[in-house]
Ligand binder design. Sequence first.
Ligand code: HEM
Ligand SMILES: *[C@@H]1O[C@H](CO)[C@@H](O)[C@H](O)[C@H]1NC(C)=O
Ligand SMILES: *[C@@H]1O[C@H](CO)[C@@H](O)[C@H](O)[C@H]1NC(C)=O
Ligand SMILES: CC(=O)N[C@H]1CO[C@H](CO)[C@@H](O)[C@@H]1O
Ligand SMILES: CC(=O)N[C@H]1CO[C@H](CO)[C@@H](O)[C@@H]1O
Length: 289
Amino acid sequence: MGLVQKLTKPFIDTFVFVWDFNLFLLNVLLPAHKPGHVVPAGAPGHGGTWPVYIAPKDGDSRSACPMLNALANHGILPHDGKNITFKELNTSVRQTFNFAPSFCFFVPKFSADFLDRSYWNDKFDLADLSKHNAIEHDASLTRHDAALVPDQGKPDLQLVDELLKEATGKTSEGGALLTKKDLSLALSKRRYAARKTNEAYTESKFHNMFGSANSSTMLTIFGGRVDDLRPMLTDERFAPNWEPRILSRFGLTMAAFNGTVLPVERGIDVKKIEQQEKARQQPQSETVT
Ligand code: HEM
Ligand SMILES: *[C@@H]1O[C@H](CO)[C@@H](O)[C@H](O)[C@H]1NC(C)=O
Ligand SMILES: *[C@@H]1O[C@H](CO)[C@@H](O)[C@H](O)[C@H]1NC(C)=O
Ligand SMILES: CC(=O)N[C@H]1CO[C@H](CO)[C@@H](O)[C@@H]1O
Ligand SMILES: CC(=O)N[C@H]1CO[C@H](CO)[C@@H](O)[C@@H]1O
């Protein structure tokens, strides 16, 4: 981070958190959007009509984030995933996913800082966002660790399948629904497996928290609906007629998001998975010896 960024960061962060909390309050006071009207008129995806999906081509840049890749796959961000301004990222995440403007500024600014670039003037390629242990971390739900699979731009379809299989809930229409408990269990299993298979595995409280935050968007913005998550996580494509499940006028604030993230992170129990695995393996090793 440059000197100017270092000096201004605490002021900008404080400003964003106060702003976010005000939006949180305004969301309580003001009426929410009606279903079918969350994506604003004139923006791609308004009324559930998404621009055509084109799978990434050789040489296109993609990130470890399924949802940002989907923006490029549908041409909402440049299809080649290159030369994107941080401001474009702010605008497209705001319009497409109904995250609050505070969040839509904070995360691109955070990214500009870790890439040592200016939020206001510089550009990035999607793959730049996958810098290890900046936001990208080990034990993700849809990617094997960077030490094992250096190209973080593509989902691992087996991991996606294992994740979606955890869904124990039901939507009112009878579709499969991923719950907070399901997500905690999936994260526990991934942390256990990654620790065992990746010699370079690292984990920190900070990254665990953000791992839970990143995955909790599946419960908030996607409402946990497996029918919508499956095309998003396998092809990084919007389901037909998809819209954000967060209807709040000013979108999902960081303050409100905490209400999902903290229970998910608290529900993670890697020790329990380890004990279950040991119990499963014990009888086998006894017969071998
Ligand atoms: C605003 C800019 C954003 C940036 C810079 C960003 C960046 C990232 C990065 C680098 C990862 C990889 C973390 C890992 O190693 O698992 C990630 C994961 C993820 N992101 Fe984003 N993201 C952004 C917006 C979003 C939005 C708007 C959503 C949802 C609507 C989203 C949902 C997710 C999910 C679900 C994961 C977890 C994938 C997994 O565990 O494999 N992100 N994001
Ligand atoms: C973020 O995007 C919004 C449009 O959604 C725009 O009005 C705003 O100026 C942008 N903020 C910054 C700091 O770039
Ligand atoms: C969310 O909760 C964490 C942990 O309690 C806290 O450090 C953070 O400031 C909270 N963030 C917001 C935006 O409320
Ligand atoms: C027009 C333009 O800015 N092109 C740049 C896009 O990004 C690549 C790096 O990925 C640069 O090499 C180009 O100059
Ligand atoms: C969508 C989401 O929750 N993104 C978070 C992912 O993790 C980074 C930091 O590691 C946060 O800055 C984002 O808010």
